[in-house]
Design a binder for this molecule. Structure first.
Ligand SMILES: [Zn+2]
Length: 433
């Protein structure tokens, strides 16, 4: 089946037609003749390369009551994604070639996005000895991103060895930066509000200390480091300094850290409990500035579905984490595009091109992600209506979980269609399977 997309605006530019055939973009131009092709009218819609997430929790295997590879893939496609990196903190942990190949196969069966497994850095995420990084890299899942996310690789000698090891196959260690001895019992950002609410604080220094240590280790070893979910102004300063020295470091920010602050904790609604915690207005401003100037490379959702019993409880006993895939693009439009801090090319860069490059997905032939919208490239793209606005209804989400921090909030932007290698996974805003 061929598709002719008419009148779309690639990266917000002038309207053109795009002909998709055999999984690739076959032609781009005015009034294309797409004889026999299915026509998708896209007047007024912005076309972007398919979005790539570096940080998704799909919960399978182990917590299929919260999410599965299939339900998470559907949520991703509806959010405009064509590839997601599935984090390793499943049960069993994705710390062997067998488990990462299982997740990879489940993603292929679902067929809605490319599910790219992340491998654990340490066995069982226990932080004691390195997992079989080479075997995971050589597996059918072709793992390039390694992370103990949920836990910090706190031991500096182990972190150094992980960085040395992944160099052999051009891998990257994605660090959840949290010095555990500074966050024992932490419930929210440490500051005026935590003092007022009587909740144990998570100090910014616990994140910044690990990032500072790790950029020095990455520089010393000459390896690639990626920093997950950067949340503080000080972290942005350290990353800017490290990049100015030529350290091979990249970083991501979540949609929720771009939009929400620790003021949300005043409601005691556990939907706003997340790790790292929501920070201050000044931190949010620094994160937006860092994403705008490229110090922060990418938006990573940290989509973290949780079953009702793990989330609808008292604040102190609720699990940290919130949904992100289906509203990520809308939050970026709200916080970055509408205020004029990123144009559409910038959105494509931070949500597709750079995350694909960090995951080394940009050079895989027809399976490439994060490629330009150009003739001959794989037809991975999303059509978004930037003018549409809607109120988020958690009951309408494709995720198996309901812990959206945006419930009841009006956000701009609607994903109208998503194509994965020329096949629509979403049309008219509806998942195609
Ligand atoms: Zn994390």
């Amino acid at each position: 089946m061929n598709y002719l997309i008419t009148g779309a605006r690639p990266l917000g530019g002038d309207p053109v037609d795009l002909l998709l055939s055999d999984g690739r973009i076959a032609a781009i131009g005015g009034s294309l003749d797409g004889a026999g092709a299915v026509v998708v009218e896209a007047a007024g819609l912005v076309a972007l390369p398919g979005l790539v997430d570096l940080h998704t929790h799909l919960r399978e295997p182990g917590r299929e009551d919260a999410e599965t590879v299939e339900t998470g893939s559907r949520a991703a496609a509806l959010g405009g994604f064509t590839a997601v990196h599935a984090m390793a903190n499943t049960d069993p942990v994705a710390d062997t070639a067998g488990v990462v190949e299982q997740v990879w196969r489940l993603g292929q069966e679902a067929g809605l996005v490319d599910v790219v497994p992340v491998g654990a850095v340490t066995v069982g995420l226990a932080g004691e000895r390195l997992a079989e990084l080479g075997a995971m890299a050589d597996s059918a899942a072709r793992v390039r991103v390694f992370s103990d996310d949920g836990h910090c690789v706190a031991d500096p000698a182990l972190m150094r060895r992980a960085l040395e090891y992944v160099k052999a196959f051009d891998g990257v260690v994605a660090q959840h930066a949290e010095e555990p001895r500074l966050t024992v019992g932490a419930q929210m950002h440490e500051g005026d509000r935590s003092a007022k609410l009587g909740l144990t604080g998570w100090p910014a220094a616990a994140e910044e200390a690990i990032i500072a240590r790790d950029v020095l280790l990455a520089e010393h070893v000459g390896a690639r480091l990626h920093v997950c979910h950067v949340s503080t102004a000080g972290s942005v300063d350290i990353l800017r300094w490290a990049k100015s020295r030529g350290v091979q470091v990249t970083a991501e920010v979540t949609p929720h850290h771009l939009l929400l602050t620790d003021a949300c904790a005043e409601s005691y609604d556990p939907v706003f409990k997340v790790n790292p915690p929501l920070r201050t207005d000044a931190d949010v401003e620094a994160l937006r500035a860092g994403l705008a100037d490229g110090t922060i490379d990418a938006v990573g959702t940290d989509h973290a579905p949780h079953a009702v019993e793990d989330k609808e409880s008292e604040w102190a006993s609720a699990r940290p984490g919130m949904l992100g895939l289906e509203q990520a693009l809308s939050v970026v439009i709200e916080t970055m595009v509408e205020p004029g801090r990123l144009d559409w090319a910038g959105v494509a860069d931070r949500m597709s091109v750079r995350p694909a490059a960090i995951g080394r997905l940009d050079g895989l032939g027809i399976r490439s992600q994060g490629r330009p919208l150009a003739v001959g490239e794989p037809a991975n793209l999303v059509l978004v209506d930037p003018a549409a606005r809607s109120v988020v209804d958690p009951a309408a989400l494709a995720s198996r979980s309901r812990n959206s921090p945006y419930a009841g909030r009006e956000l701009p932007g609607r994903v109208v269609a998503t194509f994965l290698r020329g096949v629509p996974t979403v049309l008219d805003g509806k998942a195609q399977k």
